[in-house]
Design a protein around this ligand. Structure first.
Ligand SMILES: Nc1ncnc2c1ncn2[C@@H]1O[C@H](COP(=O)(O)OP(=O)(O)OP(=O)(O)O)[C@@H](O)[C@H]1O
Ligand SMILES: [Mg+2]
Length: 255
């Protein structure tokens, strides 16, 4: 059964068709990679799923129900979390505060009880702190909790974004180039972390240019080119697909 289903999704910017009639599924509990050359429309697909953009046509189903047109915060409440291709952290806030910002997306207390600091609100804050600490431990950043986000290495900032996304308690996480800017050692650790996320029962969709990472970690790859779906299948088949090789290398495989 698929947790996420995209159906004939199209998004244009002026005359440019950034996403062109794209249909694919992400099975619950799987790790799926969305790949393709620069400008292929990958991030735009993510922005459509998360409600940052509205599709021109087509539909998006999450757990069998349409989420098309919902505002971003409602989509987070449904259990979809994301990280960004261009890191978006509160750079001058501490590492733990950045993760708490994720927890707060899901908290019940209203503004009034927060101002009055009711016992229920204090208990909720305690739970959030515990959760944020656990997520930092999960991504290996517990020792950095008091550090400012801006002082973390690029790779650790990416892990912090993952921790913040996990703190929203998602069923589904989408990662936009999580290995971007990471060295080989950090990338190897990231592979472990992505698998551990899935082992927690969270379904993963990721965009990544690092082919060795997607080949190792993904059960299925979806390839976009010029906004359209070029190929879809298991990594071993995609790697040898002449259309995919041509899209990446620009060589004419028909010769
Ligand atoms: N907000 C926007 N306004 C206008 N054009 C946009 C907008 N967002 C994306 N585009 C265009 O849509 C196309 C697809 O962009 P997108 O960012 O989805 O590609 P991508 O596959 O994520 O590429 P990359 O691998 O470089 O991140 C590009 O031509 C891009 O310039
Ligand atoms: Mg992109």
């Amino acid at each position: 059964m698929s947790l996420l289903a995209l159906r004939n999704l199209t998004k244009t910017f002026g005359g440019l068709v950034a996403v062109n009639n794209v249909t694919f599924d992400v099975a619950e509990g799987s790790i799926v990679g969305l790949i393709g050359p620069n400008g292929a429309g990958k991030t735009t697909v993510f922005n459509l799923i998360t409600g940052n953009y509205k599709p021109d046509s087509g539909d998006i189903f999450f757990d069998g129900r349409t989420i098309k047109g919902l505002p971003t915060h409602r989509i987070v409440q449904q259990g979809i979390a994301r990280t960004f291709q261009t890191i978006r952290l509160f750079q001058n806030m501490s590492v733990i505060e950045n993760v708490l910002a994720g927890c707060h997306c899901r908290m019940q207390s209203g503004m009034l009880s927060a101002m009055l600091r009711t016992p229920a609100q204090r208990a909720e804050e305690q739970r959030a702190l515990l959760r944020a600490t656990r997520e930092l431990e999960f991504v290996g950043l517990a020792d950095e909790h008091a550090n400012l986000a801006k002082n973390l290495s690029y790779g650790n900032q990416r892990l912090l974004e993952i921790a913040r996304a996990l703190a929203t308690d998602p069923r589904f996480i989408i990662l936009d180039e999580p290995a971007g800017g990471m060295n080989d050692q950090e990338t190897a650790a990231l592979i472990y972390t992505i698998r551990a996320i899935r082992d927690r029962g969270i379904t993963v969709l990721l965009i990544e240019h690092d082919m060795s990472l997607v080949m190792k970690v993904c059960e299925k790859l979806v390839v976009l080119e010029y906004g359209a779906l070029l190929a879809e299948g298991v990594p071993a088949a995609i790697k040898d697909d002449p259309r995919v090789i041509e899209a990446y290398l620009g060589v004419d495989t028909d010769d």
